[in-house]
Design a binder for this molecule. Sequence first.
Ligand code: FE
Length: 142
Amino acid sequence: MYQFKEVKKGTFVLSLDNHVDLAAALSAFCADNNIYAGYITGLGAVSSVTLRFLDPVTLKYVDRCFEEQMEITNLTGNISSKDGRPYLHLHITLGRSDYSCIGGHLLTGTINGACELVVEAYENTTIGRYTDPETGLNLYKF
Ligand code: FE
């Protein structure tokens, strides 16, 4: 699903395989390398995504699929731990063929072209999550 090189201690440069799911490949990378705290940034291209918007009034998630070729103009995320597994919080901005952008939380995204990322792993530590009843969000638990 991915290839990577540790360019300095705790800093990984990744290339995801074409046609894989971005979120699944990143989760696999974190699990395979015992990363439970860190930061992600990246770019690339996708042919489809599912984005999520949280309505702060109803606390309901609204998920929407977009099936078209788009540039990942920015992927920003963080890595923590929930229920013993890596927990990824990913935000993405995508450039369409008319040069407009859409964005949101990334749930799934099929790579079509390339996806190049940097993962900064905070070694020998874990950052947990808990579900906050007021916001419905899985917030950091330090
Ligand atoms: Fe978010």
